[in-house]
Design a protein around this ligand. Sequence first.
Ligand code: CA
Length: 132
Amino acid sequence: MRKTAFTIACGVLALLTAGAATAQDRHYGGDRRDGRYDRYDDRRDDRRGGGVDVVLFEHRDFGGQSRPIRGNEPDLVRMGFNDQTSSMKIMRGVWEFCEDAYYRGRCWTYSYDAPVLPKKQNDRYSSLRRIR
Ligand SMILES: [Ca+2]
């Protein structure tokens, strides 16, 4: 009898754990560990006509200076835009924005325009890459 109760408790715990993991995976824009999407590194994207993929902006609400991004950018220093981004437009795909160059440090995932970034992400981005 006690053994049965224990088995049921384990089953409930497993279900709860699985539910939590699923919810976390769907939470775009939250904290992400670097390296989770390394398998996408070599994937060529499906850009149409060399168009712009992402536009980074200096100020919130797409204001100030901007930088069009085509393809992955491992070091925003090269664009003169390190630790400058305060809002961005995503033209296509799902992108990972990281606080350090070469997709290191904390990374956050976006698939939609962000007119205002959370405080801890503001003026932090140093690299970005497409993950889907
Ligand atoms: Ca940074």
